[in-house]
Design a protein around this ligand. Structure first.
Ligand SMILES: Nc1ncnc2c1ncn2[C@@H]1O[C@H](COP(=O)(O)OS(=O)(=O)O)[C@@H](OP(=O)(O)O)[C@H]1O
Ligand SMILES: [Mg+2]
Ligand SMILES: [Mg+2]
Ligand SMILES: [Mg+2]
Length: 357
């Protein structure tokens, strides 16, 4: 099933790069530079994330049942993870054969006797494509970074997850795409249409469009919230308490005078929420001394927030450094917020950390 899906979704000749025909809503003055810089990369990245999102949706519909969850059977998510990574890497290889990829998954879990059942579901094509994600990253040249399913727990629960692809050039994120299949298109209608794709190219602003592959999609610019006072802010955080320290987050919120409950949401959908002003702050205070954040968990969200007028740093106010390799080893935790309140949020984080010592 998966092999067929991947093959049909990733067949390069069928990729028409429809997105290239599309002119984002922007001032006429900007159009020439806007369309020229990374225009092909932008279109290919959108196409890849849309197709990978389709793989995730197909796997969720066909393989995830109540039984999967009670038996804690991880194989459906594994199939979706590998499938999404294979699709994206295959598409990237067709269009940018010389660009390496920093991807979360590798094919280790499919090998040996333990991986036999899963392996039977996955073809040679997929294995080869997955392993295009083995690149070490680093400060020079260009590479892509991919999280085929970010928020795997959210995916399993049928809640928020994201397909995240970013292009890093000389250690800096220049392009980010986040596909959020379960995120409401318009938060003022939370029970309405779902499926959002956010995209940002450095210097060009951040945009959202419907997540679909059925035609040319209209893009609309997104901006962070204009809330002036942190007491009016909403903050979001991970669902899993192992991924972000909920009690530190709550102390920070108290210092900032925040009274609204936090929005707990899996995946880089948190960045998307802040980028379009559904929430003002994303707090990711580290739980463990040893965990090092991975570049694929933050690269797309980072540029989308910046291009939407927000700021992102680690808990010490230091920008995230994507130039080191596969991890953000020079940073600890993550804080994102709209620019107006960012400095205030960082001082509350610092005060909370100092009090905890
Ligand atoms: N200890 C620890 N601390 C911080 N982060 C960790 C930790 N362990 C794992 N991860 C990474 O968290 C990614 C999911 O983050 P989320 O914010 O979506 O978390 S949550 O699902 O809401 O709990 C998750 O991404 P995916 O594996 O793609 O789901 C992990 O890469
Ligand atoms: Mg992830
Ligand atoms: Mg993942
Ligand atoms: Mg994972």
């Amino acid at each position: 099933m998966l092999a067929r899906a991947v093959r049909s979704l990733a067949t390069s000749t069928t990729i028409t790069l429809r997105s290239l025909n599309y002119r984002p809503l922007t001032s006429a003055r900007n159009i020439s530079t806007h369309l020229a810089y990374l225009a092909k990369e932008r279109a290919v990245a959108i196409e890849a994330v849309e197709r990978a999102s389709q793989v995730c949706q197909a796997v969720f519909k066909r393989l995830i049942t109540a039984e999967t969850l009670t038996k804690k059977d991880k194989s459906p998510v594994t199939v979706a993870d590998f499938g999404a990574q294979a699709v994206v890497n295959h598409i990237l290889e067709q269009h940018f054969p010389d660009d390496p990829v920093v991807g979360e998954e590798d094919s280790k879990d499919l090998q040996g006797e333990d991986g036999r059942v899963l392996r039977e579901k996955v073809t040679e094509l997929i294995l080869r494509a997955i392993d295009r994600g083995q690149y070490a990253g680093g400060p020079q040249g260009r590479h892509w970074t991919l999280d085929p399913i970010d928020g795997t727990k959210g995916f399993l629960r049928g809640e928020q997850f994201a397909v995240c692809l970013a292009l890093i050039i000389d250690g800096q994120v220049h392009l980010g795409v986040v596909g959020c299949p379960n995120l409401p298109y318009d938060m003022s209608n939370p029970d309405g249409e779902r499926g959002v794709l956010m995209v940002a190219v450095k210097g060009q602003g951040a945009f959202q469009r419907r997540l679909s592959t059925d035609g040319i999609e209209r893009e609309t610019p997104v901006h962070v919230s204009s809330v002036q006072s942190t007491s009016d802010a909403v903050f979001c955080e991970s669902v899993e308490a192992q991924h972000s320290d909920h009690s530190s987050n709550a102390n920070i919120a108290r210092l900032l005078g925040i009274t609204k409950p936090s929005v707990r949401m899996d995946s880089q959908c948190k960045y998307a929420s802040v980028a379009r002003g559904d929430a003002e702050i994303y707090l990711r205070l580290p739980v463990s001394e040893t965990y090092v954040e991975k570049i694929w968990d933050h690269a797309s969200g980072n540029i989308i927030i910046h291009e939407a007028g927000g700021r992102v740093s680690d808990i010490n106010g230091k920008p995230l450094d994507f130039s080191i390799g596969r991890t953000l080893s020079a940073n600890k935790g993550v804080v994102a917020a709209s620019a107006k309140i960012f400095d205030e949020v960082i001082s509350a984080v610092q005060t909370t950390l100092a009090n905890a010592k």
